[in-house]
Design a protein around this ligand. Structure first.
Ligand SMILES: Cc1cc2nc3c(=O)[nH]c(=O)nc-3n(C[C@H](O)[C@H](O)[C@H](O)COP(=O)(O)O)c2cc1C
Length: 274
């Protein structure tokens, strides 16, 4: 069409932006609708789909490209049951697919050893954090890919209730550590979207802008949270967010308080000599 055409309909800025950036794409729509799914149909997933999901995970960015994570797909009923016991969440054992993401510096240490090098400086807390973020990002890729495929997913941070036991159950060697579990499968429940704190409370520019709580915004969020029903808890309404915060900050699982001890016991050097 002639650019100078007098009768041409003008595009609104939104339409233009949609055309150029596709702000209303399927990925973002999925992310805006996502919620944790904890009940699944008792049906296996297609092998070709699973293979594709794991290929997508394998493309995840990793710190310095070192890929310091591994995944354990848990199929054995006894292993699943043992992990569910640690988590205190019986639905963990029932997820059609269960993958545990592991911080893994063991593999690269082995590779270095093959080259005749023994790693003396590399297995620090910093490297642990790198491996931990690699593992978490890989888990997030998996859930995003799962959800984009029309399936549902749940994270299991609860496996860290007893890191020592999980290390034993999964036979984790030194320089590895459990990070997060992901259960997934075909959706068999319709949970509500859980309310979120408004972005104004957690999106800042340049510096940490909100040292004080916006009590009005919090009151509105508290009230909104009280309208949310948690399907896990006999379908009852949940507490206000403020109440949840107080409860959560006052109940820390005993073994989780000793997390650094478990990490050190796996051979990570938390405080190298200067
Ligand atoms: C790191 C992490 C660990 C989590 N661990 C568990 C868990 O052990 N069990 C569980 O049922 N949900 C777990 N969740 C899911 C959260 O409870 C859930 O994302 C949160 O309540 C918000 O609900 P929504 O995802 O439905 O929006 C975890 C989420 C994250 C990010």
């Amino acid at each position: 069409m002639n650019e100078g055409g007098g009768g041409r309909k003008k595009s609104s800025p939104e339409t233009l932006m949609n055309t150029i950036f596709d702000v209303d794409n399927k990925t973002i729509r999925n992310l805006l609708q996502r919620r944790t799914i904890r009940e699944f149909k008792d049906e296996p997933l297609d092998d070709a789909l699973l293979a594709r999901l794991f290929e997508a995970v394998n493309r995840t960015a990793s710190s310095t490209g070192m890929q310091q994570y591994s995944m354990i797909r848990v199929k054995d009923e006894a292993v699943r049951k043992a992990l569910a016991d640690v988590a205190g969440q019986e639905y963990l054992a029932r997820a059609p697919e269960l993958v545990i993401f592991i911080v893994d510096l063991y593999r690269n240490n082995k590779i270095a050893a093959l080259k005749g090098e023994s790693v003396v400086a590399g297995n620090t807390m910093d490297a642990f954090f790198q491996g931990f973020s690699d593992a978490i990002l890989a888990a997030q890729t998996l859930t995003t890919a799962v959800e984009a495929s029309g399936l549902g997913a749940v994270y299991f941070g609860s496996i860290l209730n007893d890191p020592g036991r999980v290390i034993e159950i999964l036979k984790l060697p030194t320089l590895t550590f459990p990070a997060l579990g992901v259960g997934f499968g075909k959706i068999n429940q319709e949970p509500m979207l859980k309310p979120r704190m408004p972005l104004s409370e957690k999106l800042f520019t340049d510096t940490y802008e909100k040292l004080e709580i916006d009590t009005e915004a919090l009151a509105r969020y508290d009230a909104e949270m009280e309208t949310y029903y948690d399907l896990r808890d006999m379908n009852r309404r949940v507490d206000s967010f403020s109440k949840q915060v107080v409860t959560r900050l006052n109940t820390v699982a005993k073994k989780r308080q000793r997390m650094l001890d478990y990490i050190a016991a796996q051979g990570f050097v938390l405080k190298p000599e200067a």
